[in-house]
Design a protein around this ligand. Structure first.
Ligand SMILES: Cc1ncc(COP(=O)(O)O)c(C=O)c1O
Length: 375
């Protein structure tokens, strides 16, 4: 990601200029808390058993371990009629999104997406759905042209917005009217606290238009372990009546050889009653961090979004350049954030602050921000 490189180069310059200052990073969206032992011990037991004839396992099914597929269907889609045969275990959401997105990237590479326009930072033939406070972080669908595929993420990175039931009903209706397929990224679903839908399949009719991609990364701190899943409902058909699941199965079998069996053993432990409780307690810890950050920026008189249903806080500086605000915060408080423009043109007046961090760092960052910027 270009923005990550730009930020680390700014951080490097900063540490050279202020060698004695401790830099706090509220920038990177990576988890920091250790994994609960109930989860690591399951992975460790599985790994040790690989050294025995009885416990050794080689290739597994490309679609994932049957028991894990069942556990995912039962845990996250209990009342939503998702069958375990519709769940494909992956090595992470990003990997499955990019397998799906091969479609978009190949279009860009062969020129079908049109030219990249420097002024707007957009490809000519890709429709960008602008979302911000002005439209409650939901696109104006009456002005959105019909597309084959709609990528939609909720809770959203970087704004932290979780789409409401009503917003998602509009999205599903829009896709049904236009024959579009929604690729719905629910990687942060576990962070929802206000009753907003955690799955697109909570919306009636969604199974006929949506694929859902999700992950253990932010749910269980598996950013390094690597595990996710994708749901492709049997009801989702191309306009010629061909089931999308058959094509997805083909992509999975061609481009992938199954998630690591050690990671899948960890995933199963996450979904045991004890593992699930431990995992959600870590999610709760990050959300307490988010609360502290929301209160901090609000106390500075700023308009703050997110932080309620997602571990990201999206702070608005009307009329400002996001790099200017990033630089000012870094220069005066030695805190790293992310300039909103790194996520696209709509992020220009914002910075993203991540709640993934140790509590001591978040409290220290809060104190520095208040000391420096309190009016
Ligand atoms: C919205 C969203 N989806 C997916 C991912 C990547 O998930 P994974 O680690 O499972 O590839 C991220 C990572 O930050 C994310 O923010």
């Amino acid at each position: 990601m270009v923005i990550a490189l730009q930020i680390s180069s700014r951080e490097l310059e900063h540490t050279k200029k202020y060698p004695n200052e401790k830099v706090i990073s509220l920038g990177i969206g990576d988890t920091t808390e250790p994994l609960p032992e109930v989860i690591t011990s399951a992975m460790s037991d599985f790994t040790l058993a690989l050294s025995t004839h009885e416990g050794y396992r080689g290739y597994g099914a490309e679609q994932g371990n049957k028991t894990l597929r069942k556990a995912i269907a039962e845990t996250f889609y209990r009342d939503l009629a998702v069958n375990d045969t519709e769940v494909f275990v992956s090595d992470g959401a990003q990997c499955d999104i990019s397998r799906l997105q091969a479609y978009i990237d190949s279009s860009v590479i062969i020129g079908q997406a049109g030219d990249f326009q420097d002024g707007t930072g957009k490809y000519q033939n890709i429709e960008y759905m602008e979302c911000g406070p002005q439209n409650h972080f939901f696109p104006d669908l009456s002005k959105t042209p019909k597309t084959d595929v709609i990528f939609f993420c909720s809770p959203h990175n970087p704004t932290g917005h979780a789409a409401s039931r009503e917003q998602l009903e509009h999205l599903v209706e829009f896709a049904r009217e236009n024959g579009s397929i929604i690729v719905y990224d629910s990687a942060y679903a576990a962070y929802i606290t206000d009753g907003s839908p955690r799955s697109i399949y909570e919306i009636p009719g969604a199974k006929e238009v949506a694929i859902e991609v999700s992950s253990f990364s932010k749910l269980a701190g598996f950013t390094g372990v690597r595990l996710g899943w994708t749901v492709v409902p049997h009801e989702l058909l191309f306009s010629n009546g061909f089931p999308v699941i058959n094509d997805f199965n083909r992509i999975v079998c061609t481009c992938f050889n199954g998630a690591s069996n050690v990671a899948q053993a960890g995933g199963l432990a996450c979904l045991s009653p004890e593992g699930y409780k431990a995992m959600l307690s870590v999610v709760g810890y990050y959300m307490e961090n988010a609360n502290i950050l929301v209160d901090t920026f609000a106390s500075l008189g700023l308009k703050v979004y997110g932080g309620v249903n997602a571990p990201y806080v999206w702070v608005h500086f009307p009329g400002s350049s996001s790099w200017d605000r990033f630089n000012e915060i870094l220069e005066k408080t030695h805190i790293i954030t992310v300039p909103g423009s790194g996520f696209g043109p709509c992020g220009e007046e914002f910075i993203r602050v991540s709640a993934f961090g140790r509590r001591e760092s978040v409290l220290e960052a809060s104190a520095r921000l208040k000391d420096t910027f309190l009016p």
